[in-house]
Design a protein around this ligand. Structure first.
Ligand SMILES: Cc1cc2nc3c(=O)[nH]c(=O)nc-3n(C[C@H](O)[C@H](O)[C@H](O)COP(=O)(O)O)c2cc1C
Length: 385
C-alpha cells in the first residue's frame, strides 16, 4: 500500500499514505476507518479487484470520449465527489478548495450537510451549481430552511442519505478516545496533535472557523468529534420512512437522489416515490458491517430500475479502471469518497487535481484497451466472467 515519500504520488493509495503523514491520527482514522471489523470496507475494495475485463483489439480507438451526462448536466467523466462530513478539518477550507478543483475538472462536487464550509462559502468558491447532501434532522423547519438555502446557492441536485438513521460503530474512533471525552482520551489526542505541527498551522489555525457552516447555530462544536457524535445521536431523525421521501419530493424541485440503497426492493420503492436516482452505497463500509460490497449489489439494482432511474454507486472506487467496471456493471456514474479527501489532505488542491486527471487517463486507457470509444459503449459484455 502506498509508497515512500520521496516518490511522486500517482494513485489514490499513494495519497492515502500522504494523508496519514499529515493528519493527526484521530482524523486520519476517522476518514480511513469503517464500522466494526471493517469487513464491508475491505470487501468494497477487494470485490473490484476480483472483476476481470476483456481486452479487445483492432477497433479504432483514436478518439476516446469519457464525457457523459449526470443528473441532466454534462460531465467530463462519470465521476462525482461524494459528500464527506468534516472535510474542512482535513485540509484548510477543504470543501471550497475541492469544489473549485471539481469544477475545473468538469465534475460535480457534493457538499455534506455536516461540511465545515457553508453553502454560501461553497457557492462563492464554485461559481456554478454543485450537489448538496442532506441528512434528515428532527427539526423540519431547519430542514426546509436548509433546502431553501441549497436551492438559492444553485444546487440543482439533492442527495438524500438514507443509511444513517444512527451512526455506525467505528471502533477506531473509540480507540482514539474520540467518543468518551475522558482525560486519557484527551491526553492521547494532545500527543497526536503535537506530532503534526504542519496540520496545526495550516488547518487548525489557518482553516478556521471549524463549525458546520450550513448548520450554523444548530451544532455546538464541530472540531470536537465527541460533541459532533452527541449532536448526531440527538438530532438525526431515525424515524424517517418512505413518507418523508414523499415530503422531500414535494419540497425539492430539483433532482433527487437517494444515497444508501443496497437492495432491489428498496430501489423499486425509490422509483415508486418518484426520485430521480439511487446511489448504491453502504456509506463506504462505515455503517452496517457485514453487508455486501456495493459493486456486488450494483448489477441487480441496475437491471431492476436502470431504465427508470439513474443508478449510481460508491464504495471502493480507487481508480479509473474501477470507474470503468462500475459503468460496465450498470452504473450511470460513481462517487468517490476517501480518494478525494486523501488527496486533499495529503497534497492539497493540486493533489486532488492530479488524482482526478489520473482517474480520467486510467478510464481512457481502459476504454482504449477494451475497444470502446464512448461511455455509452461500456457494457457488461466487456466483463470477463
Ligand atoms: C470521512 C467520511 C465522511 C463521510 N461523510 C458523509 C456525509 O457527511 N454524508 C454522506 O452522505 N456520506 C458521507 N460519507 C460516505 C461517502 O459519501 C461515500 O458514500 C463513501 O465514502 C464511498 O466510499 P469510498 O470512501 O470507498 O469511496 C463519508 C465518508 C467518509 C470516508
Amino acid at each position: 500500500m502506498g509508497q515512500p515519500l520521496d516518490l511522486l504520488p500517482a494513485t489514490a493509495l499513494d495519497y492515502r499514505m500522504r494523508a496519514q503523514q499529515r493528519l493527526p491520527r484521530f482524523l486520519f482514522d476517522y476518514i480511513d476507518g469503517g464500522a466494526n471489523d471493517e469487513l464491508t470496507l475491505a470487501a468494497n475494495v477487494a470485490d473490484f479487484g476480483k472483476i476481470r475485463l476483456k481486452q479487445r483489439v483492432l477497433r479504432d480507438v483514436s478518439r476516446i470520449d469519457t464525457s457523459s451526462t449526470l443528473a441532466a448536466k454534462p460531465v467530463s467523466m462519470p465521476v462525482v465527489l461524494a459528500p464527506i462530513g468534516l472535510a474542512g478539518m482535513m485540509a484548510r477550507r477543504a470543501e471550497a478548495q475541492a469544489v473549485r478543483v471539481a469544477n475545473a475538472a468538469g465534475l460535480p462536487f457534493t457538499l455534506s450537510t455536516v461540511g465545515i464550509c457553508s453553502l454560501a462559502e461553497v457557492q462563492a468558491a464554485a461559481g456554478k451549481p454543485f450537489w448538496f447532501q442532506l441528512y434528515m434532522i428532527r427539526d423540519r423547519i431547519a430542514v426546509k430552511s436548509l433546502l431553501e438555502r441549497a436551492l438559492a446557492a444553485g444546487c440543482a441536485t439533492l442527495v438524500f442519505t438514507v443509511d444513517l438513521p444512527v451512526a455506525g460503530m467505528r471502533h477506531r474512533d473509540t480507540r482514539n478516545g474520540m467518543l468518551t471525552g475522558s482525560l486519557r482520551g484527551k491526553l492521547g489526542k494532545v500527543r497526536q496533535l503535537a506530532a503534526r505541527p504542519g496540520w496545526i498551522a495550516d488547518v487548525a489555525l489557518g482553516g478556521k472557523p471549524h463549525t458546520f457552516g450550513s448548520l450554523a447555530g444548530l451544532v455546538p462544536n464541530a472540531s470536537d468529534l465527541n460533541s459532533f457524535k452527541a449532536w448526531i445521536d440527538a438530532q438525526f431523525d431515525p424515524s424517517v420512512t418512505w413518507t418523508d421521501i414523499e415530503w422531500l419530493r414535494a419540497n425539492w424541485p430539483g433532482k433527487l437522489l437517494l444515497k444508501g440503497i443496497l437492495e432491489v426492493d428498496d430501489a423499486l420503492a425509490a422509483a415508486a416515490v418518484g426520485v430521480d436516482g439511487v446511489i448504491v452505497s453502504n456509506h463506504g463500509g462505515r455503517q452496517l458491517d457485514s453487508v455486501a460490497s456495493t459493486i456486488s449489489k450494483l448489477p441487480a439494482i441496475a437491471s431492476a430500475v436502470g431504465e427508470r432511474l439513474e443508478v449510481y454507486m460508491d464504495g471502493g472506487v480507487r481508480s479509473g479502471v474501477d470507474v470503468f467496471k462500475a459503468i460496465a456493471l450498470g452504473a450511470r456514474g460513481v462517487l468517490i469518497g476517501r480518494p478525494w479527501i486523501w488527496a486533499m489532505a495529503g497534497a492539497g488542491a493540486s493533489g486532488l487535481q492530479d488524482l482526478l486527471a489520473t482517474f480520467k487517463r486510467e478510464l481512457e486507457v481502459a476504454m482504449s484497451l477494451t475497444g470502446v470509444s464512448r461511455v455509452s459503449d461500456i457494457r457488461q459484455d466487456l466483463i470477463d466472467s
